[in-house]
Design a protein around this ligand. Sequence first.
Ligand code: ATP
Ligand code: SF4
Ligand code: MG
Length: 323
Amino acid sequence: MPSLSPLVTIRDLNKIFESRKGLFGEPRRMTAVNQVSLDIPRGQVTGVVGESGCGKSTLARLVLRLLEATSGSISFDGVDLLKQSHGAMRLLRRRMQMVFQDPYSSLDPRYTIADALLEPFKVQGIRLTTAEARQKVEALFAMVGLDARFAQNHPHQLSGGQRQRIGIARALALEPDLMVLDEPTASLDVSIQAQIVTLLEKLKHELGLTYLFISHDLNLVRYFSDRIVVMYLGRIVEILPDAKAAPRHPYTQTLLDSTFAPDPTQRRDISRLTGEIPSPYNLPQGCAFAARCRHARPDCLSRRPVLETRSDGHAVACFHPLT
Ligand SMILES: Nc1ncnc2c1ncn2[C@@H]1O[C@H](COP(=O)(O)OP(=O)(O)OP(=O)(O)O)[C@@H](O)[C@H]1O
Ligand code: SF4
Ligand SMILES: [Mg+2]
């Protein structure tokens, strides 16, 4: 019987960044991930969506412990991640991998594609014979739908889509359970994006993977995800229990409207249409979305709404939800 407990359980996770204003300025503190609590169910796609700077990548890096949390807890398959030693963490990393937006920056231009695919084994101290290495490389190429003749090529000889397939193959090399996909298609043309999403769906079914899928594009996230987490300025403002659920938070509705805009130049720039995003260094006392919210009332300015979950699993942090 497969266990029904979530693969990852995140509770009250915070990440504070400190920076200096000027050479002699006071340090400024910014909470990039703010009291985030979230379950990532096994074998499902949990989508995370929000505008640039809302903390998506920071959350992703915290989950893999590529970044140390300021406070909170993360449990991976029952193991308390934040309490693990470096050695234990290294072993656990075999089970959790990340695919980045720009595969080019994560592939060393001096090495061949075969070297890139074998690097995870080296990092983990797993020795392979020449025959085993060749077999692994061939199997990974097949898995991501690439011809193994690319093995001796260098990253610059591949197209963006091919490079992202290599990024995915490398993440699969150690047979992980969890794949954190941080905007894996954002740097690709629309037609190539669709191919990569189709590949990711196929791999998920074939290998029983669990995905944390990050994107600023709610339309794409709705297509791909089982559950959707909406972030705004470091906080979760809504969790849609399924991709078809109607948004209850005005911000999610705005994201949805903007992703459907036929003119691509209109899609991301929703700040001009709906007001300014507050500075993450100086958040307002009330709802952080109030300055941009068409539904704001006076009470929204004085108190901050907390995330409340309905019995159907739909969670929203808003005093006046849409439904
Ligand atoms: N190492 C760091 N030091 C200081 N601030 C940081 C650091 N990394 C991220 N930040 C800040 O934390 C906030 C969240 O950044 P993050 O990269 O997580 O956002 P994001 O949602 O992934 O954005 P994007 O869609 O542009 O990738 C931003 O304001 C960013 O400037
Ligand atoms: S709490 Fe008020 S300002 Fe914030 S999203 Fe809801 S209606 Fe808008
Ligand atoms: Mg990011």
